[in-house]
Design a protein around this ligand. Structure first.
Ligand code: HPA
Ligand code: ZN
Length: 324
């Protein structure tokens, strides 16, 4: 089964590029850019990656991102992820980045997006890997700051397919960004949002009803509402589920308790993704391996999950048909 998973061409739809920053590159960039990081060795970093919830991860994730300064740094970060795509047989990736994590430190929007974009252009040239970029608003920041970020993005609109919403979920419900998302839609952006990772189903309902998103990131809490489950099934609204992330951030106590098989058996459009693989112990294939080792997933389930990753993507209908 592992060999079968490895050789399947896959799409990844929930991947934060800042979450693919491996400790080795973090040290290299910290040294080059004279940025202090609170670790002496790679082992020390790995010990620090011991999370109790989403916020305990975010604190460390934002601290790590401070080593990224130049366009070349963002290129190196993205290129390293592309090499992992090659290893994991990911042939299409829709990549999140958090502009505010960088602009708040005085790094220009252009520096960030151009480093990421150049690596993705090279990925297409070198390996034939296709990709899209989605920019996420940090939901712990204000609506005003999200609007400023939306306006800044317009100069780079041809490189950004959509907008998303991430960071601290509890206490920052989707409705806080209703106006921003409506404006983003007017500008022609596709819309996704993290919802129902830690917070309850009301966040998923709001994301659908007020933000009008096309895809839900995480969404595993949907299981607690029969009405919502019916709606997700009927409309085949995709959920980008991230198993390793859910275990590392204690959304579920163990892989055996993860609800992905239940969501899939109900008939929802479920995909498997790695979220922040450098922090959550593994890239996409490892997420699948952890699932098959702990849940009664059959070969046909794996095929469905992988087909869903293309169906749920923002690829053209023509390209989807080619991959499916
Ligand atoms: N949830 C919220 N914010 C994030 C995540 C996540 O899983 N990963 C990176 N930022
Ligand atoms: Zn995420």
């Amino acid at each position: 089964m592992k060999e079968f998973i490895k050789q399947l061409p896959k799409a990844e739809l929930h991947l934060h590029i800042e979450g693919s920053l491996e400790p080795e590159l973090m040290f290299k960039l910290a040294k080059k850019n004279s940025i202090e990081i609170p670790y002496k060795t790679v082992e020390e970093v790995k010990e620090a990656y011991n999370f109790t919830n989403l916020q305990s991860f975010l604190d460390i994730y934002y601290a790590g991102a401070k080593v990224l300064i130049t366009k070349e740094d963002f290129y190196a970060l993205t290129w390293d992820y592309i090499l992992k795509c090659k290893e994991n047989n990911i042939i299409h990736a829709e990549i999140f980045f958090d502009p505010q994590t960088h602009t708040q430190r005085g790094i220009a929007f252009k520096t960030v997006i151009s480093g990421i974009k150049e690596a993705l252009v090279d990925a297409k040239k070198e390996f034939g890997i296709s990709s899209e970029i989605i920019m996420c608003f940090l939901r712990h920041l204000s609506e005003k700051e999200a609007f400023e970020t939306l306006e800044q993005s317009l100069d780079f609109k041809e490189d950004i397919i959509g907008v998303g919403l991430d960071s601290s979920e509890l206490g920052n419900p989707p409705k806080k960004f209703e106006k921003v998302f409506n404006k983003a839609k007017e500008y022609g952006y596709k819309l996704v949002a993290h919802a129902g990772e830690e917070a309850d189903v009301s966040y998923i309902n709001e994301a659908l009803n007020l933000l009008h998103i096309e895809r839900i990131d995480h969404g595993v809490q949907a299981i607690h509402s029969e009405t919502l489950m019916q709606r997700l099934k009927e409309k085949q609204i995709p959920l980008t589920v991230c198993p390793n992330s859910n275990i590392e951030l204690k959304v579920f106590d163990s892989y055996k308790e993860h609800n992905i098989k239940k969501l899939l058996d109900y008939g929802l459009n479920i995909t498997v993704n790695s979220d922040d693989p450098a922090y959550f112990k593994g890239y996409l294939n490892q997420n699948f391996f952890n699932l098959i080792e702990n849940l009664p997933l059959e070969k046909k389930d794996i095929i469905t999950l992988v087909k869903n990753s293309f169906k749920a993507s923002f690829l053209s209908e023509e390209l989807k048909n080619e991959y499916l």
